[in-house]
Structures are given as C-alpha cells and as structure tokens.
Design a protein around this ligand. Structure first.
Ligand code: AMP
Ligand code: MG
Length: 329
C-alpha cells in the first residue's frame, strides 16, 4: 500500500471521507498529537486501528467529534460540572469520560461501559470531523510504545505501507496527549495529565481529583499500565537537582566516543558547555510542544539521550514529566 501525505483541502477531505466510509483508517492532525482515525460505529474498522498500531486490545480509544456534534447520541449522565468544563475548555485538549450508550463499536472502549470523548480545536481536525460527520475513534498515530507523532512525517515514518492517507495539518501546537478526565463520579478525576491541568479544572468547578494507581488495584485508565513514548535508543533520566551528574555522564560518554545528547530546557542547557543538546525551549508550552519532536530527532542522531527534568514540577509540567519518565527509563 502506498501512503500519501496530503495537505488539508476540499479534495483530500473528500478522499478521507471516502476512506472512512468504506471502513478504512486515516491519519489526521489535532492540537495535541496526530491521530489514527476510523468510524467508531464500524467494528472491523476500529479493530484495524489496533492491528495497524500493534496496540494491546485492552487499551481503549478516544472518540473524536466536531464541535456541533450532539453528544447525547453517544453518552448519558453528563454531570453539571462536565457542562461547565466543556464550556471553559472545549474545543481543546481535554478528553472527558462518560457513561456510554453502547452505540459505538464495543472495540472502542475495549468492553468498558464508559466512553472517552474529545472535541479537538485544531482547524484541520474540525474540518475532517465535520466532513465525515461521524464519531472518529482514534489513538495517537504511532506504532504502539513508540514516541507519539507531532508531524505528518512522524506518522509516515511509523505507518508507511500500513495506511493510505495522512492529512497534513503542520506541527501540533500542544505536543502532549490530551488530559483524560473521568466525569462519571461526583467529582472530576484526572486519569492522564495534559495541557488542561488539574488546577485549571478545579478553578472552574471547585475541586478535581487525580487518579493514582495503588498496588494491586485494577487500573482505571488502561493506557497507564503500558510502556509508552520510547525512543529507539538508550535513555537515562535525571532529576533537575542532579543535573550536574547528568552533565558529567554526558561528557564521560562523549569522551568514550558515544553519541550522547542532553534533552532539557533552555535554562538547564545554559548551565553547561555541552553542545549536544536536544533543547526543549524555555516556556512550559514550548517544552510540551517540543518534547516528542526532540525525542524523535534524538533517536535519529543519538546513541544515548540523557533527559533532565525541568525545575518546575507543577501545572503542565506534571504531564510533561509523566511522558519524560516513561520515555527515558
Ligand atoms: P491514546 O490516544 O493513544 O493516547 O490513548 C487513549 C488514552 O485514553 C489511553 O490512555 C486510554 O487508557 C484512555 N481512555 C480511552 N477510553 C477510556 C475510557 N473509557 N476510560 C478510561 N480511559 C480511557
Ligand atoms: Mg498513544
């Protein structure tokens, strides 16, 4: 199968619609990462997503809809706090988990009685979702366990020969996957952190819990138990406090002829004379937006990536650290 990267226009959207309606899958941009989408009503199309990615079949998918889609077709028991959060943050990088009406393929939620729904803000994603006017089940458009894609080229590198079309909407501005929020309880609960932070949610609705997996407990967001975001080279991660140890290790490796690179923010990079730096940028949003791009660049040029955690550990950095610690262990 020949894989084509197409700019988003009337022509490519028509092709994408045809593929989706005939049970195929399409790569498409969102403001977080690229998605691999299929018609959520079509059981065999949804199963193809799992096959193409090599995704474990107990790791559920998020359903993506356009901003005018009537959600009451898919879910029920939407609490008042969820309506307030939708008003505050949607369209945007927030996925909300509700009680499912069970109308989409059971493969989407891997048999759970809940459904994760997201309304992306990316204009290309909205155009694609409007064109198909269907709920689109989509995980990130990478091979399972690999670093998530933030450009059409990244999708191509992982999925060439496995899918027909990738809609190219440029580099994703957000850079880490959406916040996943359980909206089935009295109080919203963050299952996966992202750009919409626990603090931002609490500011709108008063309180917000955060799910922490306890030993022996059944995981509530199945994706949490899998290895993720791994670049194809050796990695090591240091706390910010241990940055000088990271610099020493990098110099030692470089002296041994190992292609070692630091992965850190600008402020940290300025504290060393090491030139091999995959620099994440200065602000929280730059760091999130560049993380996967730099991990993918790193695996092309480095034998060893030495990650250094940012100094700041709250807000958006919770989500960044969650990914960095899974990528660099
Ligand atoms: P991905 O789009 O590849 O980042 O994967 C989707 C994420 O959403 C995974 O971490 C899943 O565990 C999570 N997810 C999807 N559906 C549900 C659901 N019904 N309940 C809890 N988590 C979900
Ligand atoms: Mg993923």
């Amino acid at each position: 199968m020949n894989t084509q990267i197409l700019p988003i226009d009337d022509n490519s959207l028509r092709l994408a619609k045809q593929i989706i309606e005939s049970g195929g899958v399409v790569g498409f941009p969102t403001e977080t990462v690229y998605g691999l989408g299929a018609n959520a009503f079509d059981d065999s199309a949804v199963k193809r997503i799992f096959e193409i990615k090599g995704r474990p079949n107990d790791n559920p998918l998020i359903v993506h809809v356009h901003k005018d889609y009537d959600l009451s077709q898919l879910v029920y028991d939407v609490p008042e706090y969820a309506k307030l959060l939708a008003k505050a943050f949607l369209p945007g990088p927030l996925t909300m988990v509700y009680k499912s009406k069970g109308v989409v393929s059971p493969a989407v939620s891997c048999g759970l009685d809940t459904l994760a729904v997201r309304i992306p803000s990316h204009s290309g994603a909205q155009r694609f979702l409007k064109e198909v006017n269907l709920p689109i089940a989509a995980p990130s458009a990478n091979l399972s366990k690999h670093v998530s894609p933030v450009t059409a080229r990244h999708v191509y590198e992982d999925l060439k020969g496995r899918i027909e079309y990738i809609l190219d909407g440029g580099k994703c501005s957000g850079g880490i996957e959406s916040t996943v929020l359980d909206c089935t309880g009295e109080v919203p609960c963050v299952l996966r952190s992202g750009l919409v932070t626990k603090e931002m949610i609490a500011q709108v609705v008063g309180e917000c819990d955060e799910y922490v997996l306890k030993d022996g407990e059944r995981v509530r967001s199945p994706g949490m138990k899998y290895k993720h975001y791994s670049p194809r080279c050796e990695t090591k991660l240091f706390y910010y406090e241990d940055r000088f140890k990271a610099f020493s290790l990098c110099k030692e490796k470089l002296n041994q002829g190992v292609k070692a690179y630091l992965l850190c923010d600008s402020q940290t990079a300025e504290q060393t004379d090491i030139k091999n730096v995959l620099c994440l940028g200065r602000t929280e949003s730059e760091i999130a937006a560049n993380l996967y791009d730099k991990l993918r660049e790193g695996e092309e040029i480095a034998q060893l990536i030495i990650g250094i955690a940012p100094k700041k550990q709250d807000g958006v950095m919770v989500g960044v650290m969650n990914r960095m610690s899974k990528a660099c262990k």
